[in-house]
Design a protein around this ligand. Sequence first.
Ligand SMILES: Nc1ncnc2c1ncn2[C@@H]1O[C@H](COP(=O)(O)OP(=O)(O)OP(=O)(O)O)[C@@H](O)[C@H]1O
Length: 263
Amino acid sequence: MIEFHRVTKIYPNGVVGLENIDLKIEKGEFVVIVGLSGAGKSTLLRSINRLHEISSGEITIDGKSITKAKGKELRRIRRDIGMIFQNFNLVKRSTVLRNVLSGRVGYHSTLRTVLGWFPKEDVDLAMNALERMNILEKAYTRSDQLSGGQQQRVSIARALAQKAKIILADEPVASLDPLTTKQVMDDLKKINQELGITLVVNLHSVDLARQYATRIIGLKAGQIVFDGSAREATDKRFSEIYGKPFEVGTNEADREFKYESIN
Ligand SMILES: Nc1ncnc2c1ncn2[C@@H]1O[C@H](COP(=O)(O)OP(=O)(O)OP(=O)(O)O)[C@@H](O)[C@H]1O
């Protein structure tokens, strides 16, 4: 379980990224965070694994404070948290397999991982993760030879090889076309349902959030302004919250445009 206790983040320039957030995310949830640009989505997500340090309050993971953790304990907590980025964050010149194996570095000494010595069990884990993501045949291909969607599936495989219990995904489909977006979102849903991995995903599209999330959290100016099911996240509710009417178009691109246009 991920818990935020009165979490505030103020950037050095005085901008308030998060204001007094109280939040509990249970194991196995598929939470999508939505909000207009600058609402604090990335700040919230990146606070969970301390890619961003919070200014006050506390975040706990399964009851352990990541906020107070140092050294070995921090590494131990982080090992359970995988991260997926918009730009995939793969080492482009390395093979797919090497990239997925990098999910194992938290389990071994630095020397071993620098030299690239991974035990056979790790290679098996990495191969299984690639198989689950339907991309096993690319194991020995250089990562920069893959399409965007394939690269994102490799980054999900890396989080699986890491044996992450929580996966944080910051705009994982923002660089992808609609078909690839669906494939990647389906993959995320699959690992959530089959492996019980808790997912916290930032998205720009409310429609996409409604299709996949078990719970949607809406942010505005660093505060939680909506917390409910996909069914409760109606267009009417969202236009009330975000202050401007936005009509639902007849197709997805149209709706996206309307949502984006109020950013
Ligand atoms: N490093 C930083 N220094 C100062 N202010 C920052 C920094 N990073 C983010 N902010 C500010 O904090 C607020 C929240 O930013 P954040 O990136 O979390 O929003 P977001 O909802 O993820 O936006 P987007 O959808 O555009 O990525 C914004 O006002 C932003 O300008």
